[in-house]
Design a protein around this ligand. Structure first.
Ligand code: AMP
Ligand code: GLY
Length: 422
């Protein structure tokens, strides 16, 4: 029997661990560092996601059969390169391949070189040149810091003054540090956003049903952006024909572009798309599963995740391995009071057991910890309440019935997840 290691501490990693633990070939799943949700055959290991030496020593000493990278920062830290160099099986992109997410200028250049549909753009290292170009484009115009900026490095400028302010913030005042020494300036795209995910073994890609995240904190898509407040899948207005087109015109050319740069991509490639009728454009690429998209996908996946991800790591992904249950899955995120701003930690949580007694409910922990035997809050997004059902409405009703049983001081959630889907 195999032992598996998942790297990360969020709801995404709990969902991956939960699905891996269901494999008949797996008897133990370690999560580093994990959270308060690990139980049964899922066990936390107190190693940080970017402590490459300790992760490597753990995997070698325990003869871990497969390591799964949840969070892109672990790839950035070089964990995949270190494991691959020693012949340890690992699912996730190398440092070179993760640039498709971590550098927006790299990603846009790759899209342009491979003819992947995306907003018209230019990259700049010079603030005045960036200003001049941005002012020459139709408004609004979008200005993006090159590097990772915790989701805040994208500014939509409606006026000439806003362009100046955005360039000052990113390039002159370096509000996001070195992430702002380069920028992408691109045209604004209208339409509906959707999250696509594709498992990749460097060459072969298998595209998932589409999902839709709800990024703003409040109902009606109001308020500041968060990591994601809820997800539905599949998205009924995205057709199978469009999915095939996205695989052929977005995912496959991206894999080809990375291979050409000696950076073959193994892992989950997640393009964020803007869809306007039949017009599909890439907003960005992520080099990991979305969170909370993974929570929904793991509820719908009908297949052995251990076999699938091991095959990816070996470069032998077979599309026939990846099957989907019929019906819909949703997740509703319960967040700490104040999130995405500052919030209190350490508040006791109750009601999860009752919630999970309802049909088809699984609660994946995100920002939770166990303190003196009591489950408490420890992050902004605290819990992902997931439900499955034959219809989207039923899945939403089940999820919200479960959400109402869970309590902690200040808990908040969106009440309109899935209500804008056609
Ligand atoms: P990104 O990190 O590049 O996905 O940008 C974050 C968010 O900014 C996206 O999810 C979109 O909501 C928005 N955004 C980014 N680029 C554009 C664009 N070219 N047009 C319209 N909205 C955009
Ligand atoms: N749910 C959005 C993300 O993972 O980036």
């Amino acid at each position: 029997m195999a032992e598996v290691l998942v790297i990360g501490g969020g709801g995404r990693e709990q969902a991956l661990a939960w699905k891996l633990a269901q494999s008949s070939q797996v008897d133990k799943v370690y999560v580093a560092p994990g959270n308060g949700g690990s139980r049964g055959s899922i066990e936390n290991v107190d190693i940080a996601f970017d402590d490459v030496d300790s992760l490597f020593a753990f995997a070698r000493d325990k003869a871990i059969a497969l390591t799964v990278v949840g969070q892109e920062a672990a790839s950035e830290a070089g964990v995949v390169d270190a494991f691959q160099a020693a012949g340890l099986a690992i699912f996730g992109p190398t440092k070179a391949a993760v640039r498709i997410e971590s550098s927006k200028t790299f990603s846009k250049d790759l899209m342009a070189a491979q003819g992947i549909p995306t907003a018209e753009f230019n990259n700049f290292t010079d603030a005045d040149a960036a200003r001049e170009y941005a002012k020459s484009r139709p408004r609004p115009v979008v200005i993006k810091a090159d590097g990772l900026a915790t989701g805040k490095g994208v500014i939509i400028a409606e006026s000439v003054e806003a362009v100046d302010e955005a360039i000052d913030t990113i390039m002159v005042n370096k509000a996001f540090g070195e992430a702002g020494s380069k920028v992408v300036v691109e045209d604004f795209l209208g339409g509906q956003e959707a999250s696509l995910h594709a498992l990749c073994d460097g060459r072969t890609s298998v595209i998932f049903p589409a999902s839709q995240d709800h990024k703003q904190v409040n109902d009606g898509d109001q308020g500041p952006n968060t990591g994601g407040m809820g997800v539905i899948a599949p998205v009924s207005w995205i057709t199978d024909e469009q999915l095939a087109r996205i695989n052929g015109q977005v995912v496959q050319p991206a894999l080809k572009g990375l291979r050409e740069q000696n950076a073959p991509f193994t892992g989950c490639l997640y393009p964020g798309l803007m869809i306007d009728g039949n017009d599909i454009k890439v907003l960005e690429f992520n080099a990991r599963f979305g969170d909370p998209e993974a929570e929904v996908y793991m509820r719908l996946l009908d297949g052995d995740l251990y076999e699938i991800l091991s095959a990816c790591a070996r470069g032998q992904l077979d599309p026939a391995m990846v099957q989907w249950r019929p019906g819909f899955a949703v997740t509703v995120v319960l967040a700490s009071g104040g999130y995405p701003g500052s919030y209190q930690k350490g508040l006791p949580i109750t009601g999860i057991e009752e919630a999970e007694k309802l049909d088809d409910i699984v609660v994946f922990h995100a920002g939770t910890a166990s303190k003196d035997g009591q489950l408490v809050t420890s992050g902004g997004r605290v819990l992902n309440v997931t439900a499955t059902a034959a219809t989207l409405d039923e899945a939403l009703d089940k999820a919200y019935a479960a959400v109402k049983l869970i309590r902690f001081d200040g808990a908040h959630y969106r009440t309109d997840i899935g209500r804008r889907a056609g």
